[in-house]
Ligand binder design. Sequence first.
Ligand code: GLN
Length: 254
Amino acid sequence: MQKWFWSGVILLAGSVLLTACGGGAKDGALLVGTEATYPPFEMTNDAGEIVGFDIDLIKAIAADQGLILEFRDMDFDSLVPAVQGGNIDIAVSGMSITPLRQKQVAFTDPYIEAGLVVAVGPNAMNVGGVDDLKGLRIAVQQGTTGAAKTEELLAAKAIGSVKYFPNVSVAMMELLNGGVDAVINDKPVTEAFVAKHPDKIKIVGETLASDEYGFALAKGREELLAKLNAGLANVKADGTWDQLATQYFGDASK
Ligand code: GLN
């Protein structure tokens, strides 16, 4: 057999192995992508470690199922393409299960419910809810369900303009500084920011949409999907989920 043939076989085997490992995780670990500026679901602590409700939950699921995880912090809007391209194995990032995303990736069973809310800042303290946003400037995190909802409001002329930010912390900074009038984002995360600045920002009106978070993985990875769902069911049944909810939200009913 010719030498070039065998080097081709070796190269091919190597790349198959790399793909199987999910692009960069070592020793059979699964690579988890997350955008770690989304408290209390995912954030970095003072030691620079990624922590949060989602992180502890996926770690508990992994322990239950004998999976090894490695975490990578990345932009939220690159998570779905990274899952599709095999660069990460699982997106764990407060990601809402939406019909659009379901065309691109597979989701586990939902692990928590969340909804969108309007938070207003110093310029708009008189706003009572979504119906009072006409002409106002709204900040959103790009690529999120909050951004999609805000684009709908813009198309219906129910708001003045949209300003996009790569993560919700900077959107909230803009709100605190008066660069925008309101932010539309997920309720539990907005509550975490309001709790830090209760004199400057507040949530107004009803929850706009209720949706559910799931962990995203590539379509066709049935074995991994089954393990994640089995692990999720187990950590719900054994009280781990409730304990984490109490720890991070102070209320196990959320
Ligand atoms: N739940 C929202 C979404 O899925 C926002 C998620 C996030 O910013 N981490 O679009």
